[in-house]
Design a protein around this ligand. Structure first.
Ligand SMILES: NC(=O)c1ccc[n+]([C@@H]2O[C@H](COP(=O)([O-])OP(=O)(O)OC[C@H]3O[C@@H](n4cnc5c(N)ncnc54)[C@H](O)[C@@H]3O)[C@@H](O)[C@H]2O)c1
Length: 242
């Protein structure tokens, strides 16, 4: 069934892929970003800390896909705190006030970093976390806030622990990092993965789920939950879709 979906971070690497796939599947897609998003007739340009802008963007929205964030380790006080912590607070509260039924949150495989680096793989969603640093810690906050929202307000929340979908400028780094090819997430698979989150059965109340493309050598982030609960099947493998 087609839904009205707001994608925050719609101008970003993953956001553009998610918008395209949701549109292809017939959903009514709106964007929210602090920079303009191409290919969308309905976009709100604004910052995550601008609550009135979020309220306007969320009016009439059934599902929120929240991607906007500082997407890796950066200065905590000036980047991670406003974008990933304060911004998350405003987005969640605005979504609750707007009566959004499902919230899909972009978490990260970095919450299980030290297991992966130490070779304690594959990593499953139910295992204790080992965050890499402050960025990963903000994603733990995001998962925890999402869990609370689902329990307290009955909103369906899916927290997606994503593999690596390289942004412009990261091509050489991922090429040179052999293990990362096993957690590669192609833009096409990212689009399909988030579409599966949006379209997941109503019975999904709170879910933490890993999302990657097909591993090249060995499985680092297990995607059985994505397969069985969301119906997501990775279609690509490093370096397809780069
Ligand atoms: N790309 C990856 O490998 C990867 C892996 C794990 C998790 N993630 C998560 O996925 C999400 C998307 O990542 P991406 O790689 O597409 O990043 P990106 O930098 O390409 O896109 C992020 C977008 O969010 C917007 N944004 C950031 N702060 C904002 C704010 N305060 N207000 C409004 N807009 C803001 C940016 O303008 C940008 O367009 C992030 O939450 C990131 O943490 C990404």
């Amino acid at each position: 069934m087609s839904q009205t979906v707001l994608v925050t971070g719609s101008s970003g690497k993953i956001g553009r892929a998610v918008v395209a796939e949701l549109q292809r599947r017939g959903h009514e897609v709106r964007g929210f970003d602090r920079v303009p998003s191409g290919g969308l007739s309905s976009t709100q340009i604004g910052d995550l800390t601008d609550r009135p802008a979020l309220d306007r963007a969320l009016a009439g929205v059934g599902c929120l896909v929240h991607l906007a964030a500082t997407p890796d380790d950066e200065d905590f006080l000036t980047q991670l705190l406003p974008n990933n912590v304060v911004g998350l607070y405003h987005v969640l509260e605005a979504a609750r006030a707007a009566g959004v039924c499902r919230i899909v949150l972009a978490s990260s495989g970095q919450v299980n970093w030290w297991q992966q680096i130490g070779g304690d793989i594959p990593v499953f969603e139910h295992q204790p976390v080992s965050p890499r640093g402050w960025y990963a810690a903000t994603k733990m906050f995001l998962e925890a806030a999402g869990r609370g929202f689902s329990e307290q307000y009955g909103i369906s929340v899916i927290a997606a622990r994503l593999g690596w979908c390289p942004r412009p400028g990261q091509e050489e780094e991922i090429r040179a990092t052999e293990w990362a090819h096993d957690v590669y997430l192609s833009p096409n698979d990212a689009g399909r993965f988030f579409a599966c989150c949006v379209e997941a059965p109503e019975s999904v109340r709170f879910l933490i789920v890993n999302g990657t493309s097909k591993p090249v050598r060995e499985t680092r982030l297990d995607v059985t939950v994505a397969r069985t609960v969301l119906g997501y099947e990775p279609a690509e493998q490093w370096p397809q879709g780069m």
